[in-house]
Design a protein. Structure first.
Lengths: 70, 247, 163
């Protein structure tokens, strides 16, 4: 086990390489998935808000109507 | 082409699950094989194991750029809305692969060659590839007008495509410190099976990773486009509303 | 449809033009793009004394001599040779028969006074136990430029294994 971790004396080079390689793949994957979820959540939010606006505006034809924030 | 893209989009989520699963399985097999069950090399000793990260990263760095260039050509030639999205989704992944390739290469080079970096044709052209990726990412995000950014990025991608054959043949055309290819289609590989097989598994694993991340980022970009579009209609709607109500 | 074809035409012609331009550029800058000269290439150049350059090839067998901290050896490509003087740390992989790239200044005596010596790794990969068990002593360097592909390189042994 010891021999495995020391990698014939080249341990820092080999383990850093694997760390950066796999680590980099993981980090990008996490960032990409997080962004995807955030955007889909926002899409959902806009979808429900648009439905609400349609309802509000058809109900109250007179009057002020709701103020929309973008 | 259109039929398949529509099909793919509808089943994007399912595809994503399968692709991620495949990526994970291949990565685990490749890593375990490369680290535990493959032999040390008679010249490099244990350092040969860096190859299992370095070479697949290099291959995918080139592959991602080629995909990006093809998408860019398609985008410039006609109305393929997905083309811009594929190009935009590709460059960060390609940049990551290139960075991994350069860093693992440097870590290999210091004990083996005696230098972290040399300005030979192979290393220099790979560094240029990284700059092209970073330039592309900057361009597609720099413009308020989404279409203009996409077009600028597409032009850069195509101009830079000349770098791909330069990278590939650099070790053959010029004297370089970097060794020539061990795996060529013509000759039998100059690599023992015990090392070639885990290397190929890792190559497939990285390719599966690229496909998976591309699917994630394409969906992400499409969602962003929709968000932008609905914000625009929201604004128009608000303005119309206000006008109607006499404000 | 014809608009698309016209665009395609423009695209392809500009890429071809770009390719040719870069090709010419690289052709003109050949000497700077190359990382090292082989001993044969060096012999063909007009030797510019005191110019900084790199020479690459194999460490000739039996040529390594150490006197204190100074090392003498000869770089060969099996056609021409270049003697080298170096005082410094050699890379791990340095040994006779290994590919190397030495950087330094060429003296009037034709000896390269090297400021750095890098080891060049070839493209063969062989398991350690296989290499040790095979009786032939392998010439672990690169194939010489222009020479016929020799079986003395490590390429033959791995090929035997893969079968």
């Amino acid at each position: 086990m010891d021999k495995f971790f020391s990698m014939g004396g080249y341990a820092p080079f080999i383990w850093s390489s694997y760390g950066i390689g796999i680590g980099g793949l993981v980090v990008l994957a996490v960032i990409s998935v997080r962004t995807l979820r955030a955007r889909e959540r926002e899409l959902q939010f806009i979808g429900t808000r648009q439905k609400k606006n349609v309802i509000n505006n058809t109900e109250s034809c007179q009057g002020e109507g709701t103020i929309h924030e973008s | 082409m259109h039929f398949f893209t529509k099909l793919a989009l509808r089943h994007a989520r399912a595809l994503l699950w399968w692709s991620s699963a495949l990526t994970l399985v291949l990565l685990v097999i490749g890593l375990v094989w490369g680290l535990f069950f493959s032999p040390a090399d008679y010249q490099q000793g244990e350092m040969v194991r860096i190859l299992y990260i370095h070479a697949p990263a290099a291959w995918m760095g080139l592959f991602a750029y080629t995909v990006m260039a093809v998408a860019s050509a398609a985008s410039l030639m006609g109305k393929y809305p997905l083309a811009d999205i594929v190009a935009k989704a590709s460059s960060p992944v390609g940049a990551l692969f290139t960075i991994i390739c350069l860093v693992t290469g440097a870590l290999w080079g210091k004990p083996m060659w005696g230098a972290y970096w040399v300005w030979d044709a192979r290393l220099t052209s790979m560094l240029i590839l990284l700059f092209l990726y970073l330039g592309h990412i900057a361009l597609v995000n720099a413009f308020d007008d989404y279409g203009r950014g996409a077009r600028a990025g597409a032009i850069l991608a195509l101009i830079g495509f000349i770098n791909i054959p330069i990278i590939k043949f650099s070790v053959d055309w010029w004297n370089t410190l970097h060794q020539p290819a061990s795996i060529t289609r013509v000759a039998l590989p100059a690599m023992a099976m015990e090392m070639l097989l885990p290397l190929l598994v890792m190559g497939l694993a990285f390719k599966a990773y690229y496909v998976t991340l591309l699917l994630v980022r394409i969906q992400s970009e499409m969602a962003a486009v929709q968000v932008r579009a609905s914000r625009l209609t929201q604004n128009n709607w608000t303005q119309n509303n206000r006008r109607e109500n006499g404000r | 449809m014809s608009l698309k074809k016209r665009r395609l035409g423009w695209l392809i012609s500009s890429l071809v033009a770009l390719g040719m331009a870069i090709g010419l550029l690289l052709l003109a800058a050949r000497d700077t793009v190359t990382f090292f000269f082989s001993p044969s290439e060096l012999a063909q150049l007009s030797i510019k004394q005191d110019r900084r350059l790199r020479v690459g090839g194999l460490v000739a067998a039996g040529s390594v001599q150490r006197t204190g901290t100074i090392i003498h050896f000869v770089i060969t490509d099996r056609v021409q040779t270049v003697p080298v003087i170096f005082s410094g740390i050699l890379p791990d992989l340095f040994r006779e028969g290994q590919g190397v790239v030495a950087e330094g200044r060429l003296g009037t005596d034709g000896v390269l006074h090297a400021s750095s010596v890098l080891a060049k790794h070839d493209e063969t990969y062989t398991p350690r136990d296989v290499a040790e068990s095979s009786l032939q002593k392998k010439w672990r360097g690169e194939r010489a430029p222009g020479a016929a592909q020799t079986t003395a390189t490590g390429g033959s042994a791995p090929a035997a294994i893969t079968r």
